[in-house]
Design a protein around this ligand. Structure first.
Ligand SMILES: NC(=O)c1ccc[n+]([C@@H]2O[C@H](COP(=O)([O-])OP(=O)(O)OC[C@H]3O[C@@H](n4cnc5c(N)ncnc54)[C@H](OP(=O)(O)O)[C@@H]3O)[C@@H](O)[C@H]2O)c1
Length: 237
Protein backbone atom coordinates (compact mmCIF):
# COMPACT_ATOMS: atom_id res chain seq x y z
CA UNK A 1 0.00 0.00 0.00
CA UNK A 2 1.44 3.40 -0.93
CA UNK A 3 1.44 5.88 1.93
CA UNK A 4 -0.05 9.31 1.50
CA UNK A 5 2.41 12.19 1.51
CA UNK A 6 2.39 14.10 4.80
CA UNK A 7 1.67 17.84 5.07
CA UNK A 8 1.87 19.89 8.28
CA UNK A 9 -0.20 23.08 8.26
CA UNK A 10 0.03 25.51 11.18
CA UNK A 11 -2.96 27.76 11.82
CA UNK A 12 -5.14 25.23 9.99
CA UNK A 13 -8.38 25.99 11.86
CA UNK A 14 -9.46 29.00 9.83
CA UNK A 15 -8.58 31.46 7.08
CA UNK A 16 -5.67 30.72 4.80
CA UNK A 17 -4.56 27.62 6.73
CA UNK A 18 -8.01 26.05 6.46
CA UNK A 19 -8.06 26.61 2.67
CA UNK A 20 -4.59 25.10 2.30
CA UNK A 21 -5.39 22.11 4.54
CA UNK A 22 -8.62 21.23 2.74
CA UNK A 23 -6.94 21.80 -0.64
CA UNK A 24 -3.98 19.55 0.16
CA UNK A 25 -6.36 16.87 1.45
CA UNK A 26 -8.17 16.96 -1.88
CA UNK A 27 -4.75 16.22 -3.42
CA UNK A 28 -4.64 13.20 -1.07
CA UNK A 29 -2.07 14.49 1.38
CA UNK A 30 -2.24 13.20 4.95
CA UNK A 31 -2.76 16.53 6.71
CA UNK A 32 -1.58 17.42 10.21
CA UNK A 33 -3.65 20.34 11.47
CA UNK A 34 -2.01 22.56 14.08
CA UNK A 35 -3.55 25.46 16.02
CA UNK A 36 -4.75 26.56 19.46
CA UNK A 37 -8.51 26.39 18.89
CA UNK A 38 -9.43 22.69 19.03
CA UNK A 39 -13.04 23.25 17.94
CA UNK A 40 -11.93 25.00 14.73
CA UNK A 41 -9.37 22.28 13.99
CA UNK A 42 -11.98 19.54 14.52
CA UNK A 43 -14.36 21.34 12.15
CA UNK A 44 -11.68 21.41 9.44
CA UNK A 45 -10.95 17.72 10.09
CA UNK A 46 -14.69 17.08 9.62
CA UNK A 47 -14.73 18.91 6.28
CA UNK A 48 -11.69 16.91 5.14
CA UNK A 49 -13.36 13.64 6.22
CA UNK A 50 -16.53 14.52 4.31
CA UNK A 51 -14.85 15.86 1.17
CA UNK A 52 -11.68 13.79 0.81
CA UNK A 53 -12.40 10.66 2.86
CA UNK A 54 -9.19 11.14 4.82
CA UNK A 55 -8.55 11.30 8.56
CA UNK A 56 -6.41 14.30 9.46
CA UNK A 57 -4.31 14.42 12.60
CA UNK A 58 -5.29 17.30 14.86
CA UNK A 59 -2.69 18.77 17.20
CA UNK A 60 -3.83 21.48 19.59
CA UNK A 61 -0.77 23.57 20.12
CA UNK A 62 0.41 27.11 20.75
CA UNK A 63 3.34 27.46 18.36
CA UNK A 64 5.16 29.79 20.79
CA UNK A 65 5.52 26.88 23.24
CA UNK A 66 8.87 25.50 22.07
CA UNK A 67 8.85 22.25 24.06
CA UNK A 68 5.34 21.39 22.81
CA UNK A 69 6.37 22.13 19.21
CA UNK A 70 9.42 19.88 19.45
CA UNK A 71 7.35 17.13 21.01
CA UNK A 72 4.68 17.42 18.29
CA UNK A 73 7.15 17.24 15.38
CA UNK A 74 8.87 14.25 16.94
CA UNK A 75 5.47 12.51 17.38
CA UNK A 76 4.61 13.23 13.74
CA UNK A 77 7.92 11.76 12.53
CA UNK A 78 7.57 8.60 14.62
CA UNK A 79 3.93 8.15 13.54
CA UNK A 80 4.26 8.89 9.82
CA UNK A 81 8.01 8.52 9.16
CA UNK A 82 8.17 11.50 6.82
CA UNK A 83 7.27 15.18 6.34
CA UNK A 84 6.70 16.10 2.71
CA UNK A 85 5.23 19.57 3.13
CA UNK A 86 5.43 22.17 5.88
CA UNK A 87 3.14 25.18 5.62
CA UNK A 88 4.34 27.73 8.19
CA UNK A 89 1.10 29.70 8.16
CA UNK A 90 0.01 30.52 11.74
CA UNK A 91 0.42 34.17 12.61
CA UNK A 92 -1.06 37.21 14.31
CA UNK A 93 -1.62 40.83 13.39
CA UNK A 94 -2.09 43.97 15.42
CA UNK A 95 -1.37 47.62 14.61
CA UNK A 96 1.56 49.51 15.96
CA UNK A 97 5.17 50.56 15.51
CA UNK A 98 7.04 52.34 18.32
CA UNK A 99 3.93 53.26 20.32
CA UNK A 100 3.22 49.62 21.27
CA UNK A 101 4.88 48.12 24.35
CA UNK A 102 8.08 46.10 24.16
CA UNK A 103 6.05 43.15 25.41
CA UNK A 104 3.65 43.44 22.48
CA UNK A 105 6.56 43.78 20.05
CA UNK A 106 8.12 40.63 21.55
CA UNK A 107 4.79 38.79 21.27
CA UNK A 108 4.63 39.67 17.57
CA UNK A 109 8.14 38.39 16.92
CA UNK A 110 7.63 35.30 19.10
CA UNK A 111 4.47 34.30 17.19
CA UNK A 112 5.35 35.36 13.64
CA UNK A 113 9.07 34.65 13.53
CA UNK A 114 10.65 32.76 16.44
CA UNK A 115 7.94 30.07 16.44
CA UNK A 116 8.47 29.48 12.71
CA UNK A 117 12.22 29.30 13.34
CA UNK A 118 11.69 26.62 16.01
CA UNK A 119 9.39 24.60 13.71
CA UNK A 120 11.93 24.84 10.90
CA UNK A 121 14.72 23.80 13.27
CA UNK A 122 12.80 20.56 13.86
CA UNK A 123 11.51 19.93 10.32
CA UNK A 124 14.57 20.81 8.21
CA UNK A 125 16.76 17.93 9.54
CA UNK A 126 13.92 15.48 8.73
CA UNK A 127 13.69 16.79 5.16
CA UNK A 128 17.50 16.76 4.83
CA UNK A 129 17.51 13.11 5.82
CA UNK A 130 14.78 12.41 3.23
CA UNK A 131 16.55 14.60 0.64
CA UNK A 132 13.11 15.93 -0.26
CA UNK A 133 10.32 18.19 0.94
CA UNK A 134 8.65 21.52 0.31
CA UNK A 135 8.50 24.38 2.83
CA UNK A 136 5.97 27.16 2.32
CA UNK A 137 6.43 30.17 4.57
CA UNK A 138 3.31 32.35 4.62
CA UNK A 139 4.82 35.81 5.03
CA UNK A 140 3.01 38.90 3.73
CA UNK A 141 3.29 41.86 1.40
CA UNK A 142 4.05 43.60 4.72
CA UNK A 143 7.31 41.67 4.57
CA UNK A 144 8.17 43.50 1.34
CA UNK A 145 6.87 46.99 2.22
CA UNK A 146 6.99 48.62 5.66
CA UNK A 147 3.51 50.13 5.86
CA UNK A 148 2.92 53.10 8.18
CA UNK A 149 1.19 52.01 11.38
CA UNK A 150 2.18 48.34 11.35
CA UNK A 151 5.92 48.32 12.00
CA UNK A 152 5.90 45.40 14.43
CA UNK A 153 4.01 43.14 12.00
CA UNK A 154 6.28 44.24 9.12
CA UNK A 155 9.38 43.55 11.23
CA UNK A 156 8.18 40.01 11.87
CA UNK A 157 7.34 39.38 8.21
CA UNK A 158 10.56 40.96 6.84
CA UNK A 159 12.35 38.61 9.25
CA UNK A 160 10.41 35.63 8.00
CA UNK A 161 11.24 36.44 4.39
CA UNK A 162 14.95 36.71 5.29
CA UNK A 163 14.84 33.37 7.07
CA UNK A 164 12.96 31.82 4.16
CA UNK A 165 15.42 33.16 1.58
CA UNK A 166 18.45 31.88 3.51
CA UNK A 167 16.86 28.42 3.71
CA UNK A 168 15.94 28.60 0.01
CA UNK A 169 19.64 29.03 -0.79
CA UNK A 170 20.76 26.37 1.71
CA UNK A 171 18.18 23.70 0.96
CA UNK A 172 17.44 23.96 -2.77
CA UNK A 173 20.74 22.23 -3.69
CA UNK A 174 19.76 19.41 -1.31
CA UNK A 175 16.47 18.70 -3.09
CA UNK A 176 14.24 20.65 -0.69
CA UNK A 177 12.09 23.49 -2.04
CA UNK A 178 11.40 26.65 -0.05
CA UNK A 179 9.02 29.43 -1.09
CA UNK A 180 7.84 32.51 0.81
CA UNK A 181 4.25 33.49 0.01
CA UNK A 182 3.71 37.24 0.32
CA UNK A 183 0.06 38.18 -0.12
CA UNK A 184 -1.59 41.56 0.31
CA UNK A 185 -5.03 41.68 1.95
CA UNK A 186 -6.58 38.19 2.12
CA UNK A 187 -10.29 37.73 2.85
CA UNK A 188 -10.04 36.27 6.38
CA UNK A 189 -10.92 37.26 9.95
CA UNK A 190 -7.44 38.72 10.30
CA UNK A 191 -8.06 41.25 7.52
CA UNK A 192 -11.49 42.18 8.89
CA UNK A 193 -10.15 42.59 12.41
CA UNK A 194 -7.23 44.65 11.07
CA UNK A 195 -9.77 47.04 9.50
CA UNK A 196 -9.06 46.41 5.84
CA UNK A 197 -10.53 49.11 3.59
CA UNK A 198 -11.34 46.46 0.97
CA UNK A 199 -14.62 44.62 0.49
CA UNK A 200 -14.54 40.82 0.74
CA UNK A 201 -14.60 40.35 -3.03
CA UNK A 202 -11.82 42.92 -3.56
CA UNK A 203 -9.35 40.89 -1.52
CA UNK A 204 -7.21 37.89 -2.41
CA UNK A 205 -9.22 34.79 -1.46
CA UNK A 206 -7.80 32.11 0.90
CA UNK A 207 -8.13 29.54 -1.87
CA UNK A 208 -5.80 31.67 -4.05
CA UNK A 209 -3.03 30.76 -1.60
CA UNK A 210 -3.84 27.05 -1.96
CA UNK A 211 -3.96 27.40 -5.77
CA UNK A 212 -0.51 29.04 -5.63
CA UNK A 213 0.82 26.10 -3.60
CA UNK A 214 -0.80 23.62 -6.00
CA UNK A 215 0.90 25.36 -8.92
CA UNK A 216 4.28 25.41 -7.15
CA UNK A 217 3.97 21.68 -6.40
CA UNK A 218 3.32 21.01 -10.08
CA UNK A 219 6.62 22.56 -11.22
CA UNK A 220 9.66 20.46 -12.06
CA UNK A 221 12.42 20.36 -9.42
CA UNK A 222 14.56 22.47 -11.79
CA UNK A 223 12.18 25.42 -11.45
CA UNK A 224 12.95 27.15 -8.15
CA UNK A 225 10.64 29.88 -6.82
CA UNK A 226 12.06 31.92 -3.92
CA UNK A 227 8.91 33.91 -3.28
CA UNK A 228 5.51 34.73 -4.69
CA UNK A 229 4.04 38.19 -4.11
CA UNK A 230 0.27 38.41 -4.56
CA UNK A 231 -1.27 41.87 -4.76
CA UNK A 232 -4.83 43.07 -5.14
CA UNK A 233 -5.85 45.53 -7.87
CA UNK A 234 -6.78 47.93 -5.05
CA UNK A 235 -3.42 48.00 -3.29
CA UNK A 236 -0.72 48.01 -5.95
CA UNK A 237 0.91 51.21 -4.64
N1 LIG B 1 -5.40 38.01 6.03
C1 LIG B 1 -4.48 38.79 5.46
O1 LIG B 1 -4.80 39.88 4.94
C2 LIG B 1 -3.05 38.32 5.40
C3 LIG B 1 -2.20 38.97 4.48
C4 LIG B 1 -0.88 38.56 4.41
C5 LIG B 1 -0.42 37.54 5.20
N2 LIG B 1 -1.24 36.94 6.08
C6 LIG B 1 -0.66 35.88 6.92
O2 LIG B 1 -1.35 34.66 6.65
C7 LIG B 1 -1.28 33.81 7.79
C8 LIG B 1 -2.69 33.30 8.10
O3 LIG B 1 -3.51 34.40 8.41
P1 LIG B 1 -5.10 34.44 8.18
O4 LIG B 1 -5.39 35.62 7.38
O5 LIG B 1 -5.59 33.12 7.76
O6 LIG B 1 -5.53 34.80 9.67
P2 LIG B 1 -6.56 34.13 10.69
O7 LIG B 1 -7.82 33.78 10.01
O8 LIG B 1 -6.57 35.06 11.86
O9 LIG B 1 -5.82 32.79 11.08
C9 LIG B 1 -4.63 32.81 11.82
C10 LIG B 1 -4.29 31.39 12.19
O10 LIG B 1 -3.07 31.39 12.95
C11 LIG B 1 -3.25 30.57 14.10
N3 LIG B 1 -2.43 31.04 15.21
C12 LIG B 1 -2.21 32.31 15.62
N4 LIG B 1 -1.42 32.31 16.69
C13 LIG B 1 -1.12 31.02 16.96
C14 LIG B 1 -0.36 30.37 17.96
N5 LIG B 1 0.29 31.06 18.91
N6 LIG B 1 -0.27 29.03 17.95
C15 LIG B 1 -0.93 28.31 17.00
N7 LIG B 1 -1.68 28.86 16.03
C16 LIG B 1 -1.78 30.20 16.03
C17 LIG B 1 -4.73 30.66 14.42
O11 LIG B 1 -5.11 29.49 15.08
P3 LIG B 1 -5.91 29.46 16.47
O12 LIG B 1 -7.01 30.45 16.32
O13 LIG B 1 -6.35 28.05 16.54
O14 LIG B 1 -4.92 29.83 17.49
C18 LIG B 1 -5.36 30.75 13.05
O15 LIG B 1 -5.65 29.47 12.55
C19 LIG B 1 -0.67 34.66 8.91
O16 LIG B 1 0.70 34.33 9.05
C20 LIG B 1 -0.83 36.08 8.41
O17 LIG B 1 0.13 36.95 8.94
C21 LIG B 1 -2.56 37.29 6.20
Amino acid sequence: MTRNKVAIITGAGKGIGKAIATGLSALKYQTILIGRNLENLEKVAGIIRAESWLESKVIQLDITQTAEVKNAISTIVSEYGQIDILVNNAGIYFDGTVEISETDFSTMLATNLTAQYVILKEVVPVMKEQKSGYIFNVASRSGKVGFAGSGAYSASKFGMIGLSEALYRELTPLGISVTALCPGWVNTEMATEAGTPLKANEMIQPDDLFQTIKWLLSLSTSACVKEVVLETPFSIS
